[in-house]
Design a protein around this ligand. Structure first.
Ligand SMILES: Cc1cc2nc3c(=O)[nH]c(=O)nc-3n(C[C@H](O)[C@H](O)[C@H](O)COP(=O)(O)OP(=O)(O)OC[C@H]3O[C@@H](n4cnc5c(N)ncnc54)[C@H](O)[C@@H]3O)c2cc1C
Length: 383
């Protein structure tokens, strides 16, 4: 059965489930509109490389080309989530050096949050960058709260990393909430359905083959912040409209990346910030920047700029469907993640294993894989 306009107008079969939900003690939902996942509706395919470091993000100061360069890169699959908390750890390094005016190289998620955090701490800030939104890699992110996504590896982190990560995550969670309810809805919460044919299981920790040989596993510190994350609930048969045996519903924080980037750029400019286009070819090029203290927020670009092989690309692809304002929930089914955003609907195959995309620097889109991911979700609405 294909989805038609009338169904979209009326809402999905979930309408009929509202009384059952209420009886079961769950908050009823007014309507669960279907995703229009008919073939041929993909409007673009984006590919992005997560700037992953096994030891976690690099936050360290170094004297280079007559400047104090504070490296702030390598946030893996968590840059949007952790930016504020990570900046709160990096910016004090400039204050300790007595800086009054600083440069930030990079205008992605990390560059913008670092620049605004520095402004809030009283510093004058100029951002130097090769690209700005929408041409930065951060523009191609899913846009959800994922502070534990591919952030480090168990065998490579130091003893204090878990506590530092927790502090970053808690700080970020708090700052993101200051963007809820703002014009254009840069940050929002929405329902998320976790759907499965078999009883849900925790994703296993996969052994990931390392470029230099051997294997390691990604850290997962989710439990450390369980107290701040909204709880999910199991939905019984009839309490949801999806043709699956198992369903849970949670609440997820989403970043409307196009609007969030615009909001942050405006905030930076309103506080006296300036953007200057620049491309740095090597560390010696930091001398081209007049400020004596420089934050290096170049993300995956740091691999070439700093000749830093500790940055490992983790490829991720998203197929984008046209926005459907009536779609007010996300879902996860058979390794496919669907997140409706005002700037497009994310359909992303996250892969059966955490090793998928690891050490893969291919940024060419794979249209067949994107269409296959949409077809999986389309199947949910056919029963
Ligand atoms: C498919 C996918 C989905 C993701 N989803 C999420 C998500 O839902 N939530 C989440 O928290 N994270 C997510 N991430 C991770 C997140 O996108 C990254 O962690 C984040 O984008 C990194 O931001 P950044 O500012 O460090 O890098 P970038 O966005 O790459 O910005 C780097 C900046 O530095 C500049 N630059 C680089 N090199 C130079 C140079 N030599 N000279 C001058 N300027 C330079 C660039 O022009 C750019 O302005 C996802 C990643 C992928 C691949």
């Amino acid at each position: 059965m294909m989805i038609n306009r009338r169904q979209i107008a009326l809402g999905f079969a979930g309408l009929a489930a509202a009384p059952a939900l209420a009886q079961a003690g769950f908050a009823p939902r007014a309507a669960i509109a279907p995703l229009d996942a008919r073939p041929g509706r993909l409007m673009r395919i984006s590919v992005c490389l997560r700037p992953f470091r096994a030891a976690g993000p690099r936050i360290a100061a170094e004297r280079l080309a007559g400047r104090l360069v504070i490296h702030h890169y390598g946030h893996g699959g968590s840059g949007w989530s952790l930016g504020w908390g990570s900046a709160a750890a990096a910016v004090p390094l400039a204050l300790q050096a007595g800086a009054k005016a600083v440069a930030v190289v990079g205008a992605g998620a990390i560059g913008l949050t670092t620049a605004i955090t520095a402004q809030r701490m009283g510093l004058a800030v100029t951002i130097y960058a090769q690209d700005r939104f929408p041409d930065v890699r951060s523009a191609r992110a899913t846009g959800t709260w994922t502070p534990h996504s591919r952030i480090a590896m168990d065998g490579a982190v130091d003893a204090g990393f878990a506590a530092r990560w927790e502090a970053m995550a808690r700080r970020s969670w708090a700052v993101h909430q200051a963007y809820l309810g703002r014009a254009g809805t840069p940050v929002a919460f929405m329902d998320r359905y976790m759907l499965s044919d078999a009883p849900p299981q925790r994703r296993p920790k996969d052994a990931v083959p390392l470029p230099g040989g051997g294997t390691d596993t990604f850290v997962n510190y989710e439990e450390r912040i369980a107290d701040i994350s909204p709880r999910s609930e199991t939905l019984g048969p009839g309490a949801h409209p999806f043709a699956v045996a198992h369903a849970r519903r949670g609440s997820m924080m989403t970043f409307n990346v196009a609007q969030l980037a615009a909001t942050l750029e405006q905030e930076f400019l309103a506080a006296g910030g300036r953007f200057v286009p620049i491309t740095l070819a090597s560390p010696a090029d930091f001398a081209r920047i007049p400020e004596r203290v420089i934050f290096n927020c170049t993300g995956y670009g740091a691999r070439a700029l700093m000749r830093d092989d500790s940055i490992i690309p983790v490829r991720g692809q998203i197929g984008w469907l046209p926005p459907q304002p009536e779609l007010t929930y996300g879902l996860y089914y058979r390794d496919i993640n669907m997140v409706p955003r005002p700037d497009g609907i994310v359909v992303q195959d996250v892969g059966a294993s955490e090793a998928v995309g690891f050490n893969d620097a291919d940024e060419a889109p794979d249209p067949a894989a994107a269409a296959a991911a949409v077809a999986v979700i389309a199947g949910l609405y056919r029963a």
